[in-house]
Write a protein that binds this ligand. Structure first.
Ligand code: PMP
Length: 386
């Protein structure tokens, strides 16, 4: 028999990044600046807590919304770090990665035909998530001249006043852009004025540089009641494989997300919840050390691209920078060329949506030695062709 795929599944194209991994697999000397995950291992204290929980046989489901102790620790952490007040009982849900939380939100709040505005370039999962939920995507491109920050002008130009929901991701994947409080205020005004719900993916909140502290849009006046915040342990705590994240929001909204979660997931991975609790309790120094290392790499990569003569804006968050490809290339041509000829894998900016054209996403979640070599190879490629 042939499987009759649902229309919404057929509509979504395969991930644009995959083709590059296929080329990369053809040779064994490739340095990858293409991945979006920390090269560090999970801090030992968190690993030990996971191991201990297994030794003690703590392998059952937890409460649907996650272990209460963990929700309490998350409530304390977000209050302390980001000035966010969420109660552990009804306003926090622990999920299988921030990915599950994002998906739950689309399924809980998007009706067929609803329009979801997405500030782009942005993480590749939002658009399919909206489509799987039956919604329509409205791209809101941001620009390098604005340091890839979202502006009211960009929202107006895209017609986002007509949308039902707005998705933000700052610090941003793939650009490394951040939004200060002053940048967020007019966006919050716009959301209130046009009655938009806001989904704010803050998974890179710990990774900010040059003295910048992450500001959550939910901490601005009148925003808590219309915002869902996503965060998790994959990035700051180097726990991607443990699959643990969470969402914060008003009780009614988190309750709706939990309704789907309790049928589809039951509870987030128990072992990972034990690791996460320890990560919040005792791993601040590990996080700080990783952030310091990312910052050193960030500065190195930015200065090398400038030496090479590629225009790159000063990324201030996450672990990406987003240089412009030299004239005469599309991003895809440059990425394919530098991979085939020099064995460096980078991701063309187009795959992250509108505004990403002509740029490359460079991940510096890679050791300095590899970064040095990769940048030398990119320089050789540019010298040869540009
Ligand atoms: N949001 C963003 C912006 C990301 O970059 C990623 C991972 N690449 C995720 C969410 C997914 O995180 P998790 O591992 O918690 O599902």
């Amino acid at each position: 028999m042939t499987f009759e795929l649902a229309d919404r599944v057929q509509t979504v194209p395969p991930s644009g990044i995959r083709r590059f991994f296929e080329i990369a697999e053809e040779r064994d000397d490739v340095i990858s600046l293409g991945v979006g995950e920390p090269d560090f291992a999970t801090p030992w204290a968190a690993r030990d807590a996971a191991i201990a929980s297994l030794e003690q046989g703590k392998t059952s489901y937890t409460a649907n919304r996650g272990k209460r102790e963990l929700r309490e620790a998350i409530a304390d952490y977000v209050a302390d770090r980001f000035d966010l007040g969420y109660g552990p009982d009804e306003e926090i849900i622990v999920t299988a990665g921030a990915s599950e939380a994002v998906d739950l939100a689309f399924r809980a709040f998007v009706d067929p035909g609803d329009t979801v505005a997405i500030a782009q370039p942005s993480y590749i999962s939002y658009e399919p998530g909206v489509i799987f939920a039956g919604g329509e995507v409205l791209s809101v491109p941001t620009k390098q001249e604005d340091d890839f920050r979202l502006t009211v002008e960009a929202l107006e130009d895209a017609g986002a006043d007509e949308a039902d929901m707005l998705v933000l991701c700052y610090p941003n994947n793939p650009t490394g852009a951040i939004m200060t409080e002053a940048d967020l205020e007019p966006i919050a005004d716009f959301a209130r004025q046009h009655d938009l719900m806001v989904l704010s993916d803050e998974i890179y909140a710990e990774l900010t540089y040059d003295g910048n502290e992450h500001v959550s849009i939910a901490s601005l006046e009148g925003m808590r009641e219309r915002t869902i915040v996503f965060n998790g342990f994959s990035k700051a705590h180097a726990m991607t494989g443990l699959r643990l994240g969470y969402a914060l929001g008003p009780a009614e909204a988190i309750g709706a997300m939990n309704k789907i979660h309790q049928y589809t997931m039951l509870s987030a991975p128990t072992t990972a919840q034990h690791a996460a609790l320890e990560a919040l309790e005792s791993c601040d120094n590990d996080v700080r050390e990783m952030v310091n290392q990312y910052d050193r790499r960030r500065q190195f990569v930015l200065s090398r691209f400038r030496e090479i003569g590629m225009d790159v804006f000063e990324a201030k968050g996450a672990f990406y920078c987003f240089p412009e490809v030299p004239e005469g290339f599309t991003a895809e041509e440059f990425a394919e060329g530098v991979l085939r000829e020099e064995g460096v894998a980078v991701v063309p900016g187009d795959v992250f949506g509108e505004g990403g054209e002509g740029h490359l996403r460079i991940s510096y979640a890679t050791g300095l030695d590899d970064l040095r070599q990769a940048l030398a190879r990119i320089e050789a490629f540019v010298d040869e062709h540009a």
